[in-house]
Ligand binder design. Structure first.
Ligand code: ZN
Length: 662
């Protein structure tokens, strides 16, 4: 349900600013290969009560104890490899100032980042830049013992080349290195097992969510359940211990119920307890502190059934929640004043309050690389019957923004100092506000004509819907109403958002597309559709100019751009309300899909020269209990000084309960 990884934003430049950095907080931590490690701040932690802080502390411990599970799910040799590498790193007997040791350190940092030996995003195995011989000899000298079976897994490109394969025509289970299925299990066998055990009731159990399928000595498929006393038992026992500890700090009965069901699920593996937990979690809207902990997303299982372990602890961002509340309170005003035909407007519109949260700890599949939003639970019947929680994580977004300052992106692509200065000052603010308008009022605006169904626009439905919500936000970004509501400081600030949208849609988002390819992803299509349509319909409002063989967007008339956004919004709303499939298809095919090849080549070249790491991840803060002389906890403090290597070595030392082979 969610894979909003930050790569998307980082690469399209939404997050690339060149504002002056805040001096007090160090966001950039480390950079290697295509990865950059950042640090995130945890604003408003001080505003939590002691009880809430202690709850965060316990849930953070519960999060960190699951780290080994993910390594093992990502590949059955990963724990052995990680431990051998760490032992060698700590006991390396030679001079460290060598090319080989540097390569070795980079490899280890990469293994930590990927929670295994496959790239976290491409899922291809990455190979060490040091030789097998070097490694074997160094281990021997250092007295590091390891299972020789890890050598081909590390060094032979043909062994376990892909973590999760989606290739047509191959055995998806046998050809994936992930450890969701034991050795020798085939796709056909796994599918037959799932088919035989599928729960077809209206409120089904998610059979297979928390287990590995293996072959026993008789060649039969057997399920090994993740639970205390079962597979990953030693780690889940620790998780349960800290969840039990957390119970006494729960904010209310709803939250206590959530934690109790999660404990039961981890202790018994009973999937009914998991359903109960999900439903209780969706219902708990009052608590300030919230968390995810367990087997959640299923992308890494080649058959999409078993959940990958992850955890994130967070709490409500009060300032941002107030902002979205204000927008949502004015939903009817926005609906009434948009450029759409009155007959497509809702008589009574309800705004949605977007929940904005602050992450306090990231773990498992949320660490070090992390999503910027959460949209759970994944079971469709629970979503339909009980709803879901959708949140954006503000402090991580903020860290991306801060870390990108001064990386050269805006200097390269924005046309002049004037717009850069406006963007420096208001870019992040406009980005937040545009997202809020998109989510809180954009999607909920407008209505369908009688007889028109939601799926009338078929394969173009999501592109058109995203364009509709984006345009609604863009149109209002320039409205005096926002200044009146105190959401923007003046009537010039919106220009940052307009320039960014047009530049991104026309040019810079192309850095994510391979040469010669079309645009396929709905959000990218929507952004190009809007920018291209406006550009093609412009009459002096904007132009693309060439300077020293480089192309730049110049906006001459921002009010005029707003008129264009408004005009397109009216048309997109008409297409949606009427279910006009032919017009949707025409609109998407004309403006959203094809890429200007020459411009694309130029953009890629300019982007490459900036040498930016496309993938980002984080180190966590460290939480410490403060006690008085009677041993009672009086406060929880946060420390932000831990480095990347230090953190992983410490996690491996302090939170590593699983055996090498599980
Ligand atoms: Zn949307």
């Amino acid at each position: 349900m969610r894979k909003q990884f930050a790569i998307i934003l980082a690469a399209v430049g939404i997050l690339c600013g060149c504002q002056k950095k805040e001096t007090s907080f160090q966001y950039n931590v480390d950079k290697f290969y295509d990865l950059e490690i950042l640090r995130y701040n945890v604003p408003e932690f001080e505003s939590l009560t002691l009880q809430q802080k202690q709850l965060v502390y316990c849930l953070s411990e519960a999060a960190l104890w699951g780290r080994d599970i993910l390594f093992d799910q990502n590949g059955r040799y990963n724990l052995r490899i990680r431990r051998a590498l760490e032992a060698l790193y700590l006991n390396y007997p030679y001079e460290k100032d060598t090319e080989e040791f540097a390569a070795f350190e980079r490899y280890l940092k990469r293994v930590w980042f990927s929670n295994g030996i496959h790239h976290h995003y491409s899922e291809d195995k990455f190979l060490p830049e040091f030789g097998e011989e070097w490694f074997v000899k160094a281990c021997e000298q250092a007295g590091v013992e390891y299972d020789a079976a890890i050598l081909p897994v590390m060094f032979d490109p043909a062994v376990m080349p892909k973590r999760t394969t989606a290739q047509d025509g191959v055995d998806l289970v046998a050809c994936s290195a992930g450890n969701y299925y034991g050795e020798g299990v085939t796709q056909a066998e796994a599918e037959a097992w799932y088919a035989a055990h599928k729960d077809n009731r209206p409120e089904p159990l998610w059979i297979g969510l928390n287990s590995q399928l293996v072959k026993n000595e008789k060649g039969e498929i057997e399920e090994r359940v993740y639970k205390v006393g079962g597979l990953y038992g030693p780690a889940l026992e620790k998780v349960v211990g800290w969840l039990n500890e957390a119970l006494q700090y729960a904010e209310n009965d709803e939250q206590r119920t959530v934690i109790k069901y999660l404990i039961e699920f981890n202790e018994t593996g009973n999937l009914q307890a998991f359903n109960d937990y999900c439903i209780a979690w969706v219902k708990d809207l009052e608590s300030r502190v919230d968390f995810v902990n367990g087997f959640t997303e299923t992308y890494s299982d080649p058959l999409g059934i078993t959940g990958t372990w992850e955890s994130m602890v967070n709490f409500k961002d009060m300032a941002a929640t107030k902002r979205t509340q204000l927008i949502s309170d004015n939903a009817q005003w926005f609906e009434d004043h948009s450029t759409t035909d009155p007959k497509y407007k809702k008589e009574e519109v309800k705004g949605v309050t977007a929940k904005v949260i602050t992450a306090a700890i990231l773990a498992g599949d949320c660490y070090p690389a992390t999503p910027i939003g959460i949209n759970l639970p994944n079971a469709n019947w629970i979503r339909k019957e009980y709803g879901s929680k959708s949140v954006t994580i503000d402090n991580l977004m903020h860290a991306y923004n801060e870390a990108a300052k001064g990386n050269g992106f805006n200097e390269e692509f924005m046309i002049d100092d004037e717009i850069r200065a406006i963007y420096e000052q208001y870019g992040a603010m406009c980005g937040d506000l545009h997202t809020d308008l998109h989510e809180c009022v954009g999607h909920g605006s407008g209505k369908l004509m009688p007889g028109v169904t939601k799926d009338a626009l078929k394969e173009h439905a999501s592109t058109i819907e995203e364009a509709r919500a984006d345009l609604f936000g863009l149109y209002y970004l320039a409205d005096d109403k926002l200044v009146e509501l105190g959401l923007l400081p003046n009537k010039e600030a919106y220009k940052a958002g307009y320039y960014q949208q047009m530049m991104n849609g026309l040019m810079t988002q192309l850095v994510r597309i391979e040469p010669g390819k079309d645009i396929e992803e709905a959000h990218m299509r929507n952004r190009q559709l809007i920018a291209n349509w406006c550009y093609e319909h412009a009459n002096g409002e904007m132009e693309i100019i060439e300077r020293d063989c480089k192309h730049y967007l110049q906006i001459n008339d921002y009010e005029g751009v707003r008129r264009l956004y408004g005009e397109l919004l009216a048309e997109i709303q008409r297409i949606t309300s009427e279910g006009d499939y032919a017009a949707a298809k025409e609109m998407v095919e004309t403006y959203a899909v094809k890429v200007n090849q020459d411009l694309h080549k130029e953009i890629l070249e300019r982007y490459r020269k900036l040498n930016l790491a496309p993938y980002k991840g984080f180190v966590n803060p460290v939480y410490n209990l403060v006690r008085n002389k009677n041993g009672e906890v009086t406060d929880v403090t946060i420390d932000f000084t831990e480095g990347y290597i230090e953190q992983h070595l410490r996690y491996s030392k302090e939170y590593s309960p699983l055996p090498d082979v599980n």
